[in-house]
Design a protein around this ligand. Structure first.
Ligand SMILES: [Ca+2]
Ligand SMILES: [Ca+2]
Length: 428
């Protein structure tokens, strides 16, 4: 059994050595632990000098009340607190193969993408689902397990919906649709991007707006196994990359500050070296970019690109790296953005499903934790968004075949199960 390590323990012991002889109470919570990283050492944040004592007390207490002020740094929960957090999942609607969920243009409804081609609506964020959104690509999408309607994103002005699907030939197609009330005007559907796919798998498929209003499109390495076409380490190809666009109404263009606009790679590429980024998200509190990249046969990984740090042009390492290890003896590329955490494909785990950093209010002890899952086990997993790179399992149920996470209008967590469930994560 793995022993927890309180993230701040080293710094705390050093700073408080003269005042306190005992270790933080890490031993009390030797409960179930999820896999940890293979080789990523935690990098404890150095607490601000005047807040050291307060930080220590917060991290050593279960579900500490929110005492932060507007000037305080984002909360950093301890692995102990996370593992002790009881959660439950509440079925709010049953739909057909849910694969993505967003808040609708009225700010209260949820829109859910069905992999089979429709977008359906949950009025007020609750079921039952209503099929009146106007997106119906059934019969126009390819149907293998990693194909179909894969992503939806609403522009910041709520004027356009962007969709990402694979067409009957397997090609990735991103389209824009003008929003009209609580629906889209299907007659306005416009294809804005096509990327041919050499194989049926690893299509990525997520579309997401960043805090600056740019549209991100995640593409996998194109498929096969081991990246046979070497797309990951080739920034001249759109495959194996995450793309970034400026958006004007329903049109997209390359922003002038994309990293390869002046050479070295394709203009559209913002982040490269990914295998199949199956969900990424921006922390609403910090703007940090969280990327979950599905591994080959050994490691699943999460990379965090900190806002204000080196985001544009980051190389996540595939196919020279899998997790934080060499892939088939590959050398670590220059400037490699190493995973924040990774975990091995053991204990039935097979494929990461990336999630969200929780900043909601219903489950205070999860504030500041990234919540995610594994498609094969469905466990609800968590890791502190900063400082503590320990993955733990939450004290709650598993979700059958989780495809995606999302946030509702209140910032509460949603998780989708491929068999048809849209769930809200609630206090246990
Ligand atoms: Ca593909
Ligand atoms: Ca990587």
């Amino acid at each position: 059994m793995h022993r927890f390590r309180l993230f701040a323990s080293a710094a705390v012991v050093g700073l408080l050595a003269t005042a306190c002889a005992s270790d933080p109470p890490t031993e009390a919570a030797a409960t179930t632990s999820a896999p940890t990283t293979s080789s990523v050492a935690p990098e404890p944040e150095t607490p601000e000098t005047t807040e050291t004592q307060e930080l220590v007390e917060t991290t050593a207490t279960t579900a500490a009340p929110a005492t932060t002020t507007s000037t305080a740094p984002p909360r950093v929960p301890s692995a102990v607190d996370l593992a002790r957090t009881p959660v439950d999942v509440e079925l709010i609607a049953s739909v057909d193969n849910p694969v993505a969920v967003i808040v609708g243009p009225n700010g209260t409804d949820l829109w859910v993408a069905e992999q089979t081609g429709r977008v359906v609506r949950l009025p007020g964020g609750e079921g039952p689902a209503v099929a009146d959104v106007g997106v119906d690509l059934r019969g126009q999408v390819s149907g293998a397990s990693e194909q179909g309607l894969l992503g939806i994103a609403l522009s910041p002005d709520a004027g356009h919906l962007f969709t990402n699907h694979t067409d009957p030939g397997g090609t990735t197609v991103v389209s824009s649709w003008a929003v009209d009330g609580n629906a889209v005007d299907a007659s306005t559907m416009t294809e804005v991007l096509r990327v041919e796919q050499p194989a049926g798998n690893h299509n990525g498929g997520h579309v997401l707006f960043d805090p600056d209003g740019h549209l991100w499109v995640g593409l996998g390495d194109g498929g096969g196994g081991g990246d046979p076409w070497e797309h990951g380490q080739n920034p001249d190809t759109l495959l194996g990359s995450m793309l970034r666009f400026a958006v004007d109404g329903g049109a997209i263009s390359v922003p002038p500050d994309n990293p390869f606009v002046d050479g070295g790679g394709a203009d559209e590429v913002a982040v490269w070296g990914v295998r199949n980024p199956w969900r990424f998200s921006f922390d609403a509190a910090t703007g940090d970019l969280w990327i979950a990249d599905v591994g080959q046969n050994r490691f699943e990984e999460i990379t965090v690109l900190r806002r204000g740090g080196e985001v544009l042009g980051a190389n996540l390492g595939w196919n020279l790296r899998e997790g934080d290890d060499a892939f088939l003896g590959g050398a670590e590329p220059d400037g490699h953005a190493s995973p924040y955490v990774d975990y091995p494909q053991t204990g039935g785990r097979c494929s990461i499903t990336g999630g969200e950093v929780y900043r909601g209010s219903d489950i205070p002890s999860l504030d500041g934790a990234y919540i995610f899952s594994d498609f094969c086990t469905g466990e609800l997993l968590a890791v502190a968004a900063e400082g503590d790179s320990e993955i733990v399992a939450l004290d709650g149920p598993a979700v059958s075949q989780p495809t995606s996470f999302g946030l509702d209008a209140d910032g509460e967590l949603l998780v989708l199960g491929k068999p048809g469930g849209v769930f809200r994560i609630v206090p246990g």
